[in-house]
Design a binder for this molecule. Sequence first.
Ligand code: FE2
Length: 244
Amino acid sequence: MSLLSRRHLMMAATGLVAAAAAPRLAFAQAAAAAPSGPFTLPPLPYAAAALEPHIDAKTMEIHHGKHHQAYVTNMNNFAKDHPKLAEMPVQDVLGKLGDVPEAIRTGVRNNLGGHANHTMFWQIMGPNGGKPSGEVLAAIDRDLGGMEKFQTDFNAAGGKQFGSGWVFVTVSKDGKLAIEARPNQDTPLMDGKRVLMGNDVWEHAYYLNYQNRRADYLKAWWNTVNWSKVAERYEAAKAGTLGV
Ligand SMILES: [Fe+2]
């Protein structure tokens, strides 16, 4: 095979032939789709397929690229008329929603809450997540009755959440843990608390693969937890530097 045809084959395999044929159009479309405001979608720290078979790639792509992106886009629209929203740390805005103008307060609660919750969510998952150890495991044993009881109680709280919502583990500055569920995109950040980890129980998080079987999703999700990232967040919480 000639060098040229081999290169062409490789380009075709990666879908680059069409893009190369109309580079200006491709760039124009990319520019139009680019974030237009101060809020940005954090990239997934792993491939969309990395959490399979527990969470499928299509669910991850839609969840991250469409649902989370929509919260970001909506916040950028709010920030056009209310630039101060982007000048404070996200957790500080959510901790003082009463200071947000009433006309946009519910929108900020839902969309900035969604942005914060999902930013945390992508971080604390990953392939080859291992098991909790060290201080996090000691805190789970001390405050949540050990790993088995923790997982049972966490899954029960997530299963009981009627409709859409989240189940979280909050962490205080002295390292104490608690399981807390919230509806919609509400977050313990709204109560001035910090989130160690959490699971999304909106149907958009699992419906393609699990349909109505939320309990199965909750059980499988534990295989995706990145415990070294959770340990980092625990240290940050105790140091007072944990954000969203
Ligand atoms: Fe979600």
